[in-house]
Design a protein around this ligand. Structure first.
Ligand SMILES: NC(=O)C1=CN([C@@H]2O[C@H](COP(=O)(O)OP(=O)(O)OC[C@H]3O[C@@H](n4cnc5c(N)ncnc54)[C@H](OP(=O)(O)O)[C@@H]3O)[C@@H](O)[C@H]2O)[C@@H](O)CC1
Ligand SMILES: Nc1ncnc2c1ncn2[C@@H]1O[C@H](COP(=O)(O)OP(=O)(O)O)[C@@H](O)[C@H]1O
Ligand SMILES: [K+]
Length: 461
């Protein structure tokens, strides 16, 4: 996993003070990293338009123009005059080279957006919106310097943002690049070193970006084993029975040795899935909440009271009963609407989904602070998983998963790993990665996947 930072100004400052690097040097490295990336990948292209604002993001762009001058046909556009001493100096340097400063936007093979970086501190004005709209309309390779202009420091997009194919971000990964709202704008994200290796630039953080290598699949290393070695998951099936059945099929394909569905109704289940009406004696994990519908509160309370590891989803996030169990190490997997209900029930805040989506990290952190034992998995375009005020982001998901039943598959996967004795946080992380990485492997198109296709892909991981 890689560290994420809510702000990097203090890291830049630390570079000046601890490593005696100067602003000029950091900027030279920022621009050199972009120049290197462009030269290594696009030398076959000719023209490059660099669009600069008045701050140091713009100054990065002016520096880049100097580095690429004569190697490419560089057109430098200054949306506003340089404001800081360093950007004035960078401009003086390019002027001395005789580099062309254009006074209108026009298409180019490559566009580099250096309008605003971490200094975006107010809503975009009409001029900036027009510039970004024009740039977005060009059929060019689009590169954002540090952060696509229009995304603010907490990852919100108020009106519009530059639609980057690639974001070359300076020094370290910023949390703001990983919100759901930013996902349509950031493209591929690359980190540029600023004069010291990244591990030296970075300090401690409580937020992490998950990588595929963080997924630990339940491979069987023991030879002397039997089905009981791999646990017994109980899935509580409610009145919307499909949800529990989807979860069960996903769970069985993800390694639980035994699986029993608990339901009072007669279900038409595959032969390898057992059905009972009480918790199994050797049950090692419970998955509940999916499609629960109407239920007997006392029965659910009894189940919640057991010490068996649990994943809880869906309908239970609308019942205050859940609040009685938030001091336990259980996995909760709400989608944004369910999380709003949970935040309200546990008296953290009363907000709507728009407010939540605008501030996902903030509310997950607040919840985790109040309930440090809970493993929370907040669904979304970028899933956030938290425990004990540490946050982990999974960005591998895509709209191929935007279908009823995708979440039920995820509940089954988490339940399966819990049954196989994964720690709750590890179960949530590995199951979430398996869920999203498997969805990426579905190759037909990005609209037709159904839960059984997803389960098939998971079985092939
Ligand atoms: N520090 C370092 O060592 C390094 C920094 N680096 C680079 O610096 C970048 C940060 O630079 P920065 O702090 O100058 O901010 P930046 O993003 O250029 O914007 C500020 C300017 O925009 C203006 N402005 C803001 N919002 C606006 C709006 N809505 N509409 C219109 N104007 C608006 C704002 O105006 P003001 O608030 O003064 O009115 C100000 O003039 C960072 O992202 C990275 O690329 C790298 O080189 C590595 C080394
Ligand atoms: N656009 C998207 N990008 C990434 N993941 C998505 C996207 N849309 C949905 N998902 C994922 O699909 C799952 C949907 O779960 P949920 O809303 O609970 O559905 P259901 O209850 O119908 O199974 C979640 O894991 C969510 O993160
Ligand atoms: K930018």
């Amino acid at each position: 996993m890689q560290k994420l930072f809510d702000e990097v100004n203090s890291l830049d400052k630390r570079c000046y003070e601890k490593f005696f690097l100067s602003e000029d040097l950091l900027m030279e490295h920022a621009a050199s990293s972009m120049a290197l990336y462009i030269s290594e990948n696009y030398l076959h292209l000719n023209s490059i338009l660099i669009v600069c604002g008045s701050g140091n993001n713009g100054a990065d762009g002016i520096t880049l123009a100097r580095l690429l001058h004569t190697k490419f046909n560089v057109k430098l556009f200054l949306a506003s005059s340089p404001k800081s001493p360093i950007s004035e100096l960078q401009l003086k340097r390019v002027e001395a080279l005789g580099l062309e400063i254009v006074d209108a936007l026009s298409p180019a093979d490559i566009i580099v957006d250096c309008l605003f970086g971490t200094g975006l501190n107010k809503p975009l004005n009409e001029d900036s919106i027009n510039i970004i709209n024009t740039l977005n309309s060009y059929d060019s390779i689009k590169i954002a310097c540090d952060i696509p202009s229009g995304i603010n420091n907490i990852g919100q997009v108020e009106s519009i943002a530059f639609e980057a194919d690639i974001t070359i971000t300076m020094g370290a990964l910023k949390t703001s690049l990983f919100t759901d709202l930013a996902k349509d704008y950031v493209g591929e994200i690359i980190v540029a070193n600023l004069g010291v290796q990244r591990n030296l630039y970075e300090v401690e953080s409580n937020k992490y970006l998950l990588e595929a290598s963080d997924m630990k699949l339940p491979f069987r290393n023991k030879k002397n084993a039997h089905k009981g070695t791999y646990g017994h998951l109980n899935v509580i099936v409610g009145s919307k029975r499909g949800a529990g059945i989807i979860a069960s099929k996903a769970a069985f394909g993800f390694g639980t040795g035994l699986l029993s569905v608990i339901s009072k109704e007669d279900l038409d289940l595959p032969y390898h899935i057992m059905q009972t009406d009480t918790i199994s004696e050797n049950c090692t994990a419970i998955a509940m909440g999916m499609g629960l519908g109407k239920y007997d509160k006392e029965e659910i309370r009894k189940l919640l009271n057991t010490d068996i590891p649990k994943i809880i989803d869906a309908d239970l996030f609308y019942d205050e009963l859940i609040c009685e169990f938030l001091d336990k190490e259980i996995v909760l997997t709400p989608h944004p609407k369910e999380f709003c209900s949970l935040l309200k029930l546990c008296k953290i805040t009363d907000i709507d989904v728009i407010e939540l989506q605008n501030n996902r990290f903030k509310y997950v952190e607040e919840f985790s602070k109040k309930y440090p034992k809970i493993v929370l998995l907040l669904k979304g375009a970028n899933v956030i998983i938290s425990q004990n005020e540490k946050l982990y982001v999974n960005t591998f998901g895509s709209a191929v998963l935007s279908k009823g039943g995708s979440g039920d598959v995820l509940s089954g996967l988490i339940g399966s790993l819990l049954a196989q004795k994964y720690k709750p946080l590890d179960a949530a992380i590995s199951a979430s990665l398996a869920h999203t990485l498997a969805a990426r492997k579905y190759s037909k198109n990005n609209y037709s996947m159904i839960p059984s296709d997803l389960v098939e892909e998971i079985r092939r991981l």
